[in-house]
Ligand binder design. Structure first.
Ligand code: VG1
Ligand code: CO
Length: 545
């Protein structure tokens, strides 16, 4: 039975994609027609899908399997000739990007709410990536949202569910569903970038142990295959490697707050030399050494400074890019290397054009995201392999590399304070309040620091000249300290205010201080400028990273 049925529907008003796709509570996606409306709005926006190849996969969270079947039937009705689906409907975000590129697909759908908790009471999400393998740019997501507001029908093939637990090809109407195993493709790609022999030597030497925490999310199978099977890390080096629909009840966000078990291991005097974790969909990473946490902004700077040790980047970097709230640590490395450093709005989609135009080779965000021109997404395991390659080549510990870096470039003390689940009006009120003060701030002094810049960050893409406004309130001080304020575009409950704090220190005797202590005066300024306690009743942030 493969008839195509036209189903009439009415629009949902809330299908506006955020920083990274459409993210909602599972119960929102479970409403009749909700998923179908959004996917049909996407297909309508893309124009003719006839004869094209689509990639489909997700991070395995609750509802992944049901959504994948629905999307296959919508894709068949839209005229796709082939859909490449990850085994069991699973693909990490970086693997999806790699598969789109390798097989020249016209795009891909990734089912994920990334670092947000999963399970029946958790979050679900859907994002679309274009043919370069990267997140759809704003002009596409804006158009999908517009279309979702007027949609009145969708078309879906009537048929049985497709078996996704076996590799091979299955027909669905006129469309071919090809179930692929993405792990090998991804591992092969990593093998072209990194010195696997050298990493294997390190991982099999009895002086070195590591832990990779997959947080019961998508990277488990990739990490087992690459780190343990291919590179010889001891069995058990991968923790929480079994993907679960609710991530074992945890919060699959690789940071000091949520990867507690790993952090505790690495803080022991006899702990592993290296630790790392990835998020729900495998695009974020946290890097730890014994007794040391590498802030993501520092990680980007350090990878840039050590790229000549890695085969895939030995030929040199054309440039680097960081999101605006990411610390300026990498800017100092770029200046030394004599390469350009671009400052983009938050979200990986803004790196796509720079990578396509070969203006940047490495990119990163303070939110535990690093990546390169090998794909068009941030890539958690890639960052882990990059660090392992650097450790193997330098023969030093993570702590030694970090301390030498600070000694050479100075240290950008950095922290992000998140106030989650705020009343939406109160959060918008804070941003308005900041905007209202902006013009008067330059020249003002706060405890010895003078404001040199205060603006509402706007970005003009240097390649296609598209302009993105209101990307965060940026306050810079004459000593290059900064405070940035923006509202999250990935949350599903109320509003989240993110406050990003950064202070630069080059005095060699002050490179090992406590981050929150160093930033205390900036934290006080941020509280004063936002009036946050008065406006929200919150005395302290929900999460500090
Ligand atoms: C957050 C991060 C941003 C990241 C985005 C998607 O967005 O701040 O840097 O690109 O998540 O990451 P926001 O709008 O909540 O600040 V992922 O790994 O959750 O897809
Ligand atoms: Co993610």
């Amino acid at each position: 039975m493969t008839a195509i049925r036209t189903v009439s529907t009415t629009p949902f008003a809330d299908q506006k994609p955020g920083t990274s796709g459409l993210r909602k509570k599972v119960s929102v996606f479970q409403q009749p027609h909700y998923l179908e409306n959004f996917v049909q709005a996407l297909f309508d926006t893309l124009g003719s899908c006839r004869g094209q190849t689509l990639v489909l996969g997700g991070d395995g969270r609750y509802y992944n399997d049901i959504a994948a079947q629905t999307i296959l039937k919508l894709a068949a009705a839209a005229g796709y000739s082939r859909v490449l689906v990850g085994l069991n409907g699973l693909l990490s975000t970086p693997a999806a990007s790699a598969v789109i590129r390798k097989y020249s697909a016209s795009g891909g759908i990734i089912l994920s709410a990334s670092h947000n908790p999963g399970g029946v009471n958790g979050d679900f999400g859907i994002k679309y990536n274009i043919s370069n393998g990267g997140p759809a740019p704003e002009k596409v997501t804006d158009a999908v949202y517009e279309r979702s507001k007027s949609i009145d029908h969708y078309r879906i093939l009537e048929g049985d569910d497709v078996a996704l637990e076996r590799l091979g090809e299955i027909r669905l109407g006129a469309m071919v569903v090809e179930v692929v195993d993405p792990v090998q493709d991804y591992a092969d790609l990593m093998g072209t970038l990194f010195d696997f022999d050298r990493i294997r030597e390190l991982l099999t030497s009895n002086r070195f142990t590591m832990r990779f925490d997959a947080m019961h999310a998508i990277t488990g199978p990739y990490a087992h295959a690459i780190l343990e099977d291919e590179l010889g890390a001891a069995a058990g080096s991968v923790m929480n490697g079994q993907p679960l629909p609710d991530f074992g009840g945890g919060h699959p966000d690789p940071n000091l707050a949520h990867a507690e078990e790993l952090v505790a291991l690495l803080s022991r005097g006899d702990g592993p030399q290296f630790g790392a974790a990835a998020d729900g969909d495998g695009d974020r990473n946290m890097i730890l050494g014994r007794g040391v946490f590498v802030s993501p902004s520092d990680s980007l700077a350090m990878l840039t400074a050590n790229a000549d040790l890695v085969p895939g980047y030995r030929a040199g970097l054309t440039g680097v890019a960081r999101s605006m709230p990411t610390s300026q640590a990498v800017d100092r490395v770029a200046a030394k290397l004599g390469i350009s450093c671009y400052e983009t709005p938050t979200g990986w989609k803004f790196f796509g054009n720079l990578l396509d135009a070969d203006m940047a080779t490495l990119c990163g965000e303070e939110s535990f995201g690093t990546g390169s021109n090998h794909i068009r997404e941030k890539d958690g395991l890639w960052a882990v392999l990059f660090w392992l390659n650097v450790l193997a080549a330098r023969g030093q510990s993570v702590a030694e590399i970090v301390h030498q870096h600070w000694a050479e470039f100075g240290r950008n003390y950095y922290s992000r304070h998140d106030y989650e689940a705020l009343d939406i009006d109160a959060a918008n009120g804070i941003i308005e309040h900041l905007r209202a003060q902006m013009q008067m701030l330059p020249g003002q002094s706060f405890g010895g620091r003078q404001v040199s810049l205060a603006d509402d960050f706007a970005y003009t893409d240097p390649v296609d000249h598209s302009v993105s406004q209101h990307q965060g309130i940026r306050i810079g001080f004459s000593d290059s300290a900064r405070i940035i304020f923006r509202l999250s575009g990935t949350g599903t409950e109320g509003a989240t205010l993110r406050i990003y704090l950064e202070a630069y220190e080059s005095n060699q005797t002050k490179l090992n201080l406590d981050t929150q202590d160093v930033l205390a005066d900036l934290i006080a300024i941020a509280k004063q400028l936002t009036d946050i306690e008065q406006r929200t009743g919150r005395k302290s942030p929900t999460v500090i990273t």
